[in-house]
Each structure stands twice: as structure tokens, then as C-alpha cells.
Design a protein around this ligand. Structure first.
Ligand code: MG
Length: 384
């Protein structure tokens, strides 16, 4: 953004990084591990104008504490310049650095929106919709004696709660995957959308074989059957079965653009705003659309991140013209997380129409609950 006399004069005086941890009542499993606690990094950006911006995501190191001049004293309206200065050139080679500033970037967009009295979605481009269609992320492995029966029962409860689409975890081996997808599809019936996510569980040869066996279950997509960086594997799988292929949550925006978008490596790109920031998210929105690729953002964090991603999802153009364009969908995480909703005053939830309203207020349109942040905070880093 350019400087001009019409831009409010605001200076960043302090950045506070709140690292949160919440212990789970019940562990849950996926193809890579068992999860016992949830983590988040909330980034609070304080200004001399009485405005405070919030973001969620990233911050893996102390680079900002060592180089405070990269942010302190600057205007939040320099968000794109700051993004470029902090963005790791070459993407993957310096990924740890690229991963660190998603939350900061979101907080700067929040501040710009607050300063101008506009929602972030209005700043990003065209706000195509005020409500987004969620899909429910749940159906992890629990300590059930019968995995298929446990997942089928849980799937019914999400359907009863009103969700039109649900994502389940797979990646437990070919036989188990086919058995549990069969059980969940039977429990849901034909009309509820079902997607699967294997979290990089397989090699391409194994995934090609499993994909053929999963074709009859009418899946919305198969997420990360193979490693994020196995580009040749994705190329092979895209021509191996009829299930739409999805990936992208681990990679920074420039690498996604180079390796996934330009070659249309997958059917659905799923960038994570923690890695791309809001700035990278906005760029990928138009890159994917211009390349005729669906965009369904990855979402795994606190309600601060949910709010940011709702603004993003509001600005994603329909992929096709016509009345029956595949919908822009929103990942709505409903696994256990003790602080996810607690840290934000507003309730970001599905309404009776099966859609989630996008916040309307300035910036992200949320109010952070400090008591909740402090309750779950394990570490605080202050940069000034
Ligand atoms: Mg995933």
C-alpha cells in the first residue's frame, strides 16, 4: 500500500507473542501421531493510536526479537512491504522463517481494517458472500475398540448437527482405510459430502491402489495422500483415480504458486494462512482462480484464525460460472480444543441455514478475551 496524506498516521509500538497450550480431556489420533494437547501462537500488535491488532499463527523463533526494527516504529499500512521483507526468498529453502510471520501479517491487516473502519474482507478485494459453507473437520481416531463403528457413530452426530459436508482422517493402511470410509459413508447416506485426509501417509504407488478402491464412495476430495513435496507423486495420482486431489497446507505461497498452481498439480489447493499470511492468501486467491483451481483454505487454530479465514473465504471467487458451481467451502474444526472459542468474545458458528456468517466489524471484527489468553498462555515474548 502507498503512503499518502489520507492514510491514518499510526506507528507500531510493541508486538506481543502469546504462546498457548491446552491439554485435551481425550486424546485423538491421526496417521502421523496421537494428539494430547493443542497449541497456538497469538500475535498482538500494539500501536500508538490506541488500536491493537491480532493474528494467529507461526512464530517459530526469535528472529523478530533480534530485529525489532523490521516492525517496531513502522505503520501497519506497510503490511505488504513488511510481508516482502520477512518472506523467505526461495520458499522451501528457508521455510522456518516463512512460517513465522503469518500471525503478524494477519494482525497488520486487522489494524489496517480497524484504522479505516472496514472489514478485512473488504480490503482484500471483492466480498463475494456474507456467509460461507462449512465442512466439519472431525472424525479422528479415538480409543475405541471398534474404529469403524466409533467413526460411524460420530459421523451421524455431525450430520444431525446440520453439517452438509464432513472430513474424516484416513492413512491407517489400505484395509483399515477402505473399511472405515465404507462405514462412515453408510452412516451418512448419499447426500452428505465426505472428504478424507491422510496427512501424507503413503507413497504414490500405495495411494494409487487405495484410491481405486475408494472411488465408489463418492468422496469430495482426498487430501494429502503423499508427502507435500512429492510433486511427481501428485502428478501420478491425479491421473490414477477419479477422486479430486487436494494438498497445500504445509507450503509457503511462492512454492505453492510455482509447484502446485502453475502446473495444476492438484484439483483443490489448501494453503494455511499461518504459512502464507493474509497477504499470501490474497495472492493465492487470484492465482488459483486464474488457473481454474479450487481453493479451500486449511484452518487449524484459535477463533482468531477462524475469523481471519472467514474474511479470506468471503473473497474467493466462484470457480465456475453458472448456478451449480462447486461451492467455496470453509474448514470448520470441531475437534477438542480448550481455548479455541474462549479467546474470542464473538461466537463464530454455523447458523440454522447451515452457513457461518463472516464477521462484519472493522478489521477481523472480533474482540479478544485477555483473561482466556492469559489462562492458556505458557510463554510471552514482548518485542518493543
Ligand atoms: Mg489436512
Amino acid at each position: 500500500m502507498l503512503h499518502s496524506e489520507s492514510i491514518p498516521r499510526i506507528r507500531i509500538t510493541e508486538v506481543r507473542v502469546h504462546q498457548l497450550t491446552g491439554r485435551l480431556k481425550e486424546r485423538f489420533g491421526w496417521s502421523q501421531n496421537w494428539t494430547h494437547e493443542r497449541h497456538a501462537t497469538l500475535v498482538e500488535v500494539v500501536t500508538d493510536a490506541g488500536l491493537t491488532g491480532w493474528g494467529d499463527g507461526g512464530y517459530g523463533g526469535d528472529w523478530l526479537a533480534e530485529n525489532p526494527e523490521l516492525v517496531i516504529g513502522r505503520s501497519p499500512f506497510e503490511v505488504e512491504a513488511i510481508h516482502e521483507e520477512l518472506r523467505a526468498p526461495g520458499g522451501f529453502q528457508q521455510r522456518p522463517r516463512a512460517q513465522t510471520h503469518g500471525g503478524l501479517d494477519i494482525a497488520l491487516w486487522d489494524l489496517v481494517g480497524q484504522a479505516l473502519g472496514l472489514p478485512v474482507s473488504a480490503l482484500l478485494g471483492r466480498r463475494y458472500r456474507d456467509r460461507v459453507q462449512p465442512y466439519c473437520t472431525a472424525l479422528y481416531r479415538k480409543d475405541w475398540t471398534d474404529l469403524a463403528a466409533g467413526l460411524a457413530e460420530e459421523a451421524k452426530s455431525w450430520k444431525a448437527a446440520g453439517f452438509r459436508a464432513i472430513k474424516m482422517k484416513t492413512g491407517y493402511g489400505p484395509e483399515v482405510d477402505v473399511e472405515i470410509v465404507f462405514a462412515v459413508r453408510n452412516a451418512l447416506g448419499a447426500e452428505t459430502g465426505l472428504a478424507i485426509d491422510s496427512n501424507c501417509a503413503y507413497d504414490a504407488g500405495t495411494a494409487a491402489m487405495i484410491g481405486k478402491r475408494l472411488e465408489p464412495f463418492d468422496l469430495l476430495w482426498w487430501e494429502e495422500p503423499v508427502l507435500a513435496s512429492d510433486y511427481e507423486g501428485y502428478r501420478r495420482l491425479r491421473n490414477s483415480f477419479s477422486i479430486p486431489l487436494a494438498a497445500g497446507e504445509y507450503l509457503p505461497a511462492d512454492l505453492l504458486a510455482e509447484q502446485f498452481v502453475q502446473s495444476r498439480l492438484v484439483d483443490i489447493l489448501q494453503p494455511d494462512i499461518e504459512t502464507t499470511g493474509m497477504t499470501g492468501a490474497r495472492r493465492l486467491t487470484w492465482l488459483t482462480w486464474l488457473n481454474h483451481m479450487r481453493l479451500i483454505p486449511h484452518n487449524w487454530g484459535s477463533a482468531v484464525r477462524t475469523a481471519a479465514e472467514l474474511h479470506w473465504a468471503a473473497t474467493i471467487p466462484p470457480i465456475a460460472e453458472g448456478l451449480y458451481s462447486p461451492p467455496v467451502m470453509f474448514e470448520f474444526d470441531l475437534t477438542e480444543n480448550p481455548f479455541r472459542e474462549a479467546v474470542v468474545r464473538e461466537k463464530l458458528e454455523m447458523g440454522p441455514d447451515g452457513l457461518i456468517p463472516v464477521p462484519d466489524g472493522p478489521g477481523l471484527g472480533i474482540h479478544v478475551v485477555r483473561e482466556a489468553v492469559e489462562e492458556f498462555r505458557k510463554n510471552l515474548i514482548v518485542i518493543c
